[in-house]
Design a protein around this ligand. Structure first.
Ligand code: KIV
Length: 265
């Protein structure tokens, strides 16, 4: 079944929870899709988990278009959302429309995601007027890591929670079809989820959100430089991969492969 932005609205209306996971290439997109995950995010977390940068800031439009196209080829039935990288939408609305348009036209994504609240409402409205589906992202916004002074929990006091709610309302008004809430207290996420007609997607934001998102490499134990506190590891694929590759090395050293197990032409 082909998933669209409309399904998310229907799931919210019916109180059905849903998932979004990240993918950055063809093979992983196929696996995420085979697991029945309806929404795939080509996140700019690509910067850390695939490209080895310290944060998301060096990720470029060229990176995002390239990886989005690979994901779309691997998961043609999924709703593929592509992150707009740092400075691809903050400089001008014209830039934002052109860059979002590239992710749709060249990358093949159905929607884009951008970070920021009320300040970004005008940009979101312009993208929506250009018929581009937009997912919002507030709370901890990793592209603002230096301004926020690190990856801390956001909206921890009353004023922060009011701001979160105001940001959420402004983005809904501007036309986002869904909203990621990253690293905010569960109560704050619950209040936003209740206040909005559009679905919220929690990333370290407690159980009340309509959907949940994680970075796939975190969930599977592939990326091990650090683990956000809210991540649950469902597998240790990194360890399994290292064991398998070590076994291959051992068998080659001992003359077992390719004579045993591998087919020799
Ligand atoms: O880039 C990303 O993977 C994200 C998710 C963590 C929400 O934005």
């Amino acid at each position: 079944m082909a998933f669209t932005t409309r399904h998310l609205a229907e799931w919210k209306a019916k109180g059905e929870r849903f998932t979004m996971l990240t993918a950055y290439d063809y093979s992983w997109a196929r696996l995420v899709s085979a697991a029945g995950v309806p929404v795939i995010l080509v996140g700019d977390s690509l910067g850390q988990v695939v490209l080895g940068y310290k944060n998301t800031l060096p990720v470029t439009m060229a990176d995002m278009v390239h990886h989005t196209a690979a994901v779309v080829r691997g998961a043609p039935e999924s709703l593929v959302v592509a992150d707009m990288p740092f400075l691809s939408y903050q400089v001008s609305t014209t830039d934002a429309i052109r860059n979002a348009g590239r992710l749709i036209q060249e990358g093949g994504a159905q929607a884009v995601k951008l970070e920021g609240g009320e300040d970004m409402a005008e940009v979101v409205a312009a993208l929506v007027r250009a018929d581009i589906a937009v997912m919002g992202h507030i709370g901890l916004t990793p592209q603002a890591v230096h301004q926020l002074g690190g990856y801390r929990t956001q909206a921890v006091d009353e004023a922060g929670q009011q701001r979160l709610l105001a940001d959420a309302r402004a983005l809904e008004q501007a036309g986002v079809f869904a909203l990621v809430l990253e690293k905010v207290p569960a109560a704050a996420a619950a209040a936003v989820t209740q206040a909005l007609a559009i679905p919220t997607i929690g990333c370290g934001a407690g159980p009340a959100c309509d959907g949940q998102v994680l970075v796939t490499y975190d969930l599977l134990g592939v990326f091990s430089d650090y683990k956000p506190s809210f991540v649950k590891r469902y597998a240790e694929l990194g360890k399994t991969a290292v064991e398998a590759m070590s076994a291959f090395c051992e068998e080659v050293r001992n003359g077992i492969f390719p004579t045993d197990g591998g087919k020799t032409p």
